[in-house]
Design a binder for this molecule. Structure first.
Ligand code: HEC
Length: 323
């Protein structure tokens, strides 16, 4: 690396909207092979979309898996996601993430700081479970936000959504693999995502493996009605704003949306904004307790989580050599 490149690393502070967890157990139960089958990294089918699976080494098992949680697909399992959240969001180190975040950055051990083991890492003698195991189960059994009544207007909007290419990434349904738990056994997951990494022109320049600097994992669109602001950094106030920000791999779909008649645009945006998120598809109207799919239902509440910030470094184009 030429010496002058050392100066082009700049510190970036970016905002990230937290991702709602409803339906996370179903997302976890989708097989890696299902996601790999959707990959087209070299755009062989020429549709301009070149999504790729983000491979990660799962910190719980050491296995190479396809990530599907986090804006950059950082985790494949809810257990790893739990351990990461315990340490990074709450400052609680655990078996999977034993070093304090600050010390890790300086690659220093905190052994000298500990006089007793962390109590939340001790397994309950009755259940053999630690804090992060219980936290993972909590997320696993949260029901997704159901989809509402499908009328002619919704069906028309869904046709526009597919015909202009939105469904190339926001794949309407995926299926879970076999499971001994009937809740997760070969279930249809109406999430509207391929869970792959794409560049759609909104990236924040932070490389966060497996995501490259400007890649983001297609967000699931279920529950969209309860989410504002939109996009990973909360920079879009409305569904139409979010759609109009799509570029690069989603350039053709966005142009299709711009070219569509007013009625069709309303259809596609309305479909995204309303149809994907009315309650109903999972049986009851979502007023707490357990839905008839056995997963824990959310109470009627908005998912406007607080934003968090993330820092990283990026490499800007070098003004001297253009690389
Ligand atoms: C090439 C893949 C791709 C295509 C095609 C695509 N999207 Fe997206 N979509 C994404 C990605 C990736 C994001 C996340 C971008 C970000 O957060 O910065 C996203 C974000 C969104 C969001 C915001 C969701 C949220 O939770 O913040 C909406 C709404 C959306 N897309 C709707 C659409 C519609 C409607 C179309 C068709 C006009 C479309 N998308 C086409 C990949 C795609």
């Amino acid at each position: 690396m030429p010496a002058h490149h050392a100066v082009r690393r700049r510190r970036i502070v970016a905002r990230r909207v937290p991702i709602a967890l409803f339906g996370a157990g179903l997302v976890e139960a989708i097989l890696d092979d299902t996601l790999i089958a959707l990959e087209d990294p070299n755009d062989r089918n020429g549709d301009g979309v070149s999504g790729r699976a983000g491979f990660v080494v799962d910190v719980g098992t050491g296995e190479r898996r396809v990530g599907r949680f986090g804006w950059k697909s950082q985790h494949a399992t809810l257990l790893a996601f739990s351990g990461d959240a315990y340490r990074n969001e709450m400052g609680i180190t655990n078996d999977l993430f034993p070093l304090e975040a600050a010390l890790r950055r300086h690659r220093r051990s905190d052994a000298g700081l500990r006089s007793i083991p962390d109590p939340e890492d001790i397994r309950d003698p009755r259940t053999r479970r630690r804090g992060i195991d219980n936290f993972a189960s909590f997320m696993q059994f949260l029901a997704p936000v159901g989809r509402g009544p499908v009328d002619d207007q919704v069906r028309a909007g869904e046709r526009v959504f597919s015909s202009i290419g939105c469904a190339a990434c926001h794949v309407p349904t995926l299926t879970t693999g076999p499971s001994s738990n009937p809740l997760f056994n070969r279930r249809t997951v109406p999430l509207f995502s391929d869970l792959l990494l794409h560049e759609v022109g909104t990236g924040d320049g932070i490389k966060q493996p497996p995501g490259e600097a400007n890649e983001l994992r297609t967000p699931a669109l279920w529950g969209l009605r309860f989410r504002r602001p939109l996009l990973h950094d909360g920079s879009a106030a409305t569904v139409v704003d979010a759609i109009l920000r799509h570029g690069q791999e989603a350039e053709l779909a966005r142009r299709g949306f711009e070219r569509a008649s007013d009625a069709d645009r309303r259809g596609a945006a309305g479909f995204s904004a309303i149809a994907l998120s009315r309650n109903g598809a999972y049986g009851d109207s979502g007023n707490g307790g357990h839905g008839d799919n056995g997963l824990t239902r959310r109470n009627e509440a908005t998912e406007n989580g607080t934003e968090k910030t993330i820092t990283g470094t990026s490499r800007a184009t070098c003004p001297l050599c253009g690389q």
